[in-house]
Design a protein around this ligand. Structure first.
Ligand SMILES: Nc1ncnc2c1ncn2[C@@H]1O[C@H](COP(=O)(O)OP(=O)(O)OP(=O)(O)O)[C@@H](O)[C@H]1O
Length: 497
């Protein structure tokens, strides 16, 4: 379990509860910062009336696994199968849900747990609605909260690894919760602090990137002592070496016993699990679609094509693929092109532009307003090709991306799963074409496993590179916002602040 060295003074895991201390099914009340009762949840009567066989069928059909260390009986929390089963809440919180037919499996399964105040680790494929999975209970908890809020003392904090993703989460919360009642604020680096400090005066929910949050915390602009709902989105990324210390510093004033901690992700590598446990109290792990201890799983609706080639063939092949998807179409398809290095991304973007395609770029050398502007151009379809480093690999929900092209393979197969997950979202189909060269052969085993698990073709040429999966693939897990400057050192890695 938790490594001692990872435990902060305030992050000691609570002792195992005796049976008599177990939370009761329908009265899951607990103290919230000592001044209010929250987290009372019981099934709606329409949900209680559903036969257990239907519930079991839902769990089996969606390959849902619920692991609750405090109770072997996972059935005490029935999945919310319809929006009609949601617990009562004022302020029109559920009004926007009408645009969706029903909750997605990760929402169905984690909502009751989160409404009941449990710590939850939610693992589900890319594009499966995880944002609302943690977002709706966050909004409800805030709306239900009776205690008054002091300036600069938010009640909920949601931490995301990139600025663009933080903004996207913020937009979702505003869309569902409105700004008036829920007072959501987004803070991230690369822009001035004054406006953010002003917004923090009123903020009840703060969506943030870790670096800027830590900055504003250290200079006293924000007091996290009253936070009772903490989310790490893209949790495995937030716990890897690049962010681990920031997260530990941020959570210090919010003891694990007084906050609900929520972690969501599509990939959950073994390397972060012990560390995650040190941030949580008896978390329930919900996995949609298979065994969480297996290899990372790609979204099954994405067709994955691997093209093994010589590095010199890449540019020609890229232009060929883009010509096919862009030329001769009244409205060309949206294509996301991933590179590993910032300089490479700039070169590829120029190449594509010179061939006459409507292209934009997003990487760490751009200033923040250019990053937002270029992403927006792609979202709106003014640019139909977006060239990106791994800053865009996780979480971004861009409508109608039909094709992802990996010009350079990422540093880990987890990153690969996230990159290709920018297509095939919310039930749509998608296509991912990956150029794989001999330099990437160390990752062939992991990639083959991802392909097999998703029942995709494994090309002979890939098999030749070997099927062994290396235990630890890289010093810094993943390449999420890995910006390597090849002119300086080979491994300079920076993260969003
Ligand atoms: N119940 C629902 N039914 C249909 N679509 C939904 C539902 N809930 C959310 N969505 C939509 O699904 C899309 C993907 O959701 P979201 O971005 O939360 O995915 P995710 O699981 O967080 O993906 P990733 O792992 O890539 O971060 C969004 O456009 C969202 O509005």
């Amino acid at each position: 379990m938790g490594k001692r060295s990872h435990l902060e003074p305030t992050e000691q895991r609570p002792k195992k509860k005796s049976k008599s201390e177990k939370p009761e099914k329908a009265s899951k009340d607990k103290q919230d910062n000592g001044d209010e009762k929250t987290a009372s949840y019981s099934d709606a009567s329409a949900l209680s009336e559903i036969p257990q066989s239907d519930i079991d069928l839902f769990l089996t059909e969606n390959v849902i696994k619920i692991a609750d260390p405090s109770s072997p009986d996972a059935s005490q929390f029935r999945p919310i199968l319809s929006f009609d089963h949601l617990p009562e809440c004022d302020a029109g919180l559920y009004a926007q849900l009408k645009s969706f037919p029903k909750p997605t499996p990760i929402q169905s399964t984690t909502w009751p747990l989160l409404f009941a105040g449990r710590d939850v680790i939610g693992i589900a494929e890319t594009g499966s609605g995880k944002t609302l999975g943690f977002g709706l209970p966050c909004l409800k908890k805030l709306i239900d909260s009776k205690s008054s809020k002091k300036p600069c003392q938010p009640k909920a904090v949601i931490i995301s690894p990139t600025r663009e993703l933080a903004m996207q989460i913020y937009d979702q919360l505003v869309k569902f919760g409105g700004t008036e009642k829920t007072q959501v604020t987004c803070i991230y680096g690369g822009v001035g602090k004054d406006e953010q400090r002003r917004a923090l005066q009123k903020a009840a929910i703060v969506v943030a990137t870790p670096g800027r949050l830590k900055d504003l915390q250290s200079d006293g602009s924000i007091d996290l002592g009253k936070v009772n709902y903490l989310v790490l989105d893209e949790a495995d990324r937030m716990l890897d070496k690049g962010f681990e210390q920031d997260i530990k510093d941020i959570v210090k004033p919010m003891p694990v016993s007084r906050r609900q901690t929520v972690m969501f992700t599509a990939t959950w590598p073994r390397s972060v699990r012990d560390l995650a446990a040190t941030f949580m109290k008896t978390p329930v792990t919900v996995t949609i679609g298979g065994d969480p201890s297996a290899d990372p799983r790609a979204n099954l609706r994405i067709k994955q094509v691997i093209e093994v080639m010589d590095g010199r063939e890449k540019e020609g092949r890229l232009i060929q693929l883009l010509s096919k998807s862009q030329r001769g179409h009244q409205s060309p398809e949206k294509v996301l092109v991933f590179c590993l290095y910032k300089k490479e991304a700039m070169r590829i973007e120029n190449l594509i532009r010179n061939k006459g395609f409507a292209v934009a770029g997003i990487h760490g050398d751009l200033n923040q307003s250019d990053r937002f502007r270029n992403l927006d151009a792609f979202k709106k379809g003014n640019a139909t090709v977006l060239v990106a480093t791994d800053v865009a690999a996780r979480g971004l929900d861009i409508p109608n991306v039909k094709l992802v092209i990996n010009v350079t393979f990422p540093l880990t197969v987890e990153d690969y799963v996230h990159r290709i997950g920018r297509t095939g979202r919310a039930g749509a189909d998608g296509l991912a074409i990956t150029m794989f060269t001999e330099t990437d052969k160390g990752l062939s085993g992991g990639l083959i496993n991802v392909l097999k698990a998703a029942k995709q073709d494994v090309p002979e040429a890939l098999l030749k590179f070997g099927t062994t999966v290396k235990k630890k693939q890289h010093d810094v897990y993943g390449a999420f916002y890995k910006d390597v400057d090849m002119d300086k050192t080979a491994t300079k890695i920076t993260f969003d602040d």
